[in-house]
Design a protein around this ligand. Structure first.
Ligand code: PAN
Ligand code: ZN
Length: 185
């Protein structure tokens, strides 16, 4: 019987041991229209890295799973904390699990009716994202927010259906984290 060594992830910082991970960097310039303050968004270099996703290579198809870590930089565009674009899954019924690894932030969840809620992300937090829920990570801290995600490879990403945006925005106000309800996207 042979025992193989799978890839590992350092729970302290989300670094994968595997060398041939797939890496995707999302920069400020990729996030047009995502932050509410367009002038502040214009003012920062489009090359500014906002987040990076590292994924293990795994098979695709019905029943297969992806595992990936998102590293979200600390910072703000105007008063709004850095965040991921956020998405529904193309296969709406497919859920996902996020595990907080490092840093402090929020997971914004929104159903198809537009009802939104937030979960606190911290090292060790476990987030069950139900099907039919859009999801976005927000870094409200001063260090990188890293979270491990596991999701069905058939889920796919649907970014377009969120053109109305999320119903909540998370901003800094007087040194505090403030959640605002958005009127009309
Ligand atoms: C995550 C996200 C990752 C980046 O792996 O894809 O955090 O966020 P956006 O895809 O919204 O840019 C996930 O939820 N996968 O399904
Ligand atoms: Zn997802």
């Amino acid at each position: 019987i042979s025992v193989s060594t799978p890839p590992s992830v350092a729970f302290l910082n989300g670094q994968f041991s595997a060398e041939n991970v797939i890496k995707k960097v999302t920069r400020s310039g990729d996030l047009r229209g995502v932050f509410h303050d367009g002038d502040s968004w214009q003012a920062i270099s489009p090359e500014t890295p906002i987040y990076e996703v590292e994924m293990l290579r795994s098979p695709q198809g019905e029943g297969e799973l992806y595992a990936g870590v998102t590293h979200l930089q600390p910072g703000r565009v105007g008063d709004e904390f850095y965040m991921t674009r956020g998405h529904f899954h193309q296969r709406r019924e497919q859920g996902e699990v996020y595990f907080g690894l490092k840093g402090a932030g929020l997971l914004l969840l929104q159903d198809e009716k537009g009802d939104a809620r937030l979960e606190r992300v911290s090292p060790g937090s476990v987030h069950i994202i139900p099907g039919f829920s859009a999801h976005r990570l927000i870094n409200t801290g001063n260090e990188i927010l890293s979270a491990l995600a596991v999701w069905p490879s058939i889920a796919g990403h649907d970014y377009a259906s969120l053109t109305q945006g999320f119903a909540l925005r998370v901003v800094e106000r007087g040194g505090k984290v403030q959640v605002r309800e958005v009127q009309n996207g």
